[in-house]
Design a protein around this ligand. Structure first.
Ligand code: FNR
Length: 184
């Protein structure tokens, strides 16, 4: 069984990115389990907080989940053509302390995707994550891109995917990344 963590970079209850993460999880092949997580409970990074209280328990728990998984999907929203602070803050906490970076990110297969209600599909945010992932030593999946635009036309109110072409694209994406994460 291959285990993949899908981290949505949004805290919003109606988040398109969390819906996208769930849609990928639902389409994972039988020998692949995708666990959807969000940054809920993770505070703003503060070096004083880290010095006084150490790594927050929500961060430690997420670090352990990623470290024990075969792959990580970052499902990022896009704000002002960049990575939303909530997503970057989460990655920054996950990189603490530096001695743990290789356990969490080193050689870790990472796929990038994201959703927007407009036309951009998070292309800029995904590209902006690349230097960070390189700095952390992750292995970015070069297989497929997933820039999901016009999200309101893709999902219904229950989060089901109503666009057949997108449905097939999501299956291809998670099947392809599953093979990469499994080392095939
Ligand atoms: C946005 N949004 C946005 N969309 C986009 O395609 N490119 C952008 O640069 C921006 N910029 C931006 C800035 C700020 C501050 C906000 C709040 C929003 C719209 C954004 O894609 C939309 O709010 C999504 O719904 C956010 O993702 P979730 O929360 O639905 O997952």
């Amino acid at each position: 069984m291959t285990r993949i963590i899908a981290l949505s970079g949004s805290l919003r209850s109606g988040s398109w990115n969390t819906r996208l993460a769930r849609a990928l999880a639902e389409r994972a092949p039988g020998d692949c389990e995708v666990e959807v997580v969000t940054p809920a409970g993770i505070p703003l990074y503060d070096g004083d907080l880290e010095s006084k209280e150490g790594i927050p328990s929500a961060v430690e728990a997420l670090k352990d989940r990623i470290a024990s998984a075969d792959g990580l999907v970052l499902v990022t929203p896009e704000y002002n053509q960049g990575v939303p602070g909530v997503m970057k803050n989460t990655i920054d906490w996950l990189s603490r302390p530096p001695a743990d970076i290789s356990r969490v990110f080193g050689g870790r297969p990472v796929a990038l995707c994201g959703a927007t209600p407009g036309g951009a599909g998070t292309r800029s945010a995904q590209h902006a994550l690349l230097p960070t992932l390189r700095a952390l030593g992750a292995q970015v999946w070069p297989g497929k891109t997933l820039y999901l635009s016009r999200a309101a036309k893709v999902f219904d109110d229950q989060g089901a995917v109503i666009d057949e072409d997108i449905d097939k694209g999501l299956v291809d994406f998670i099947e392809g990344f599953h093979r990469f994460a499994a080392g095939e």
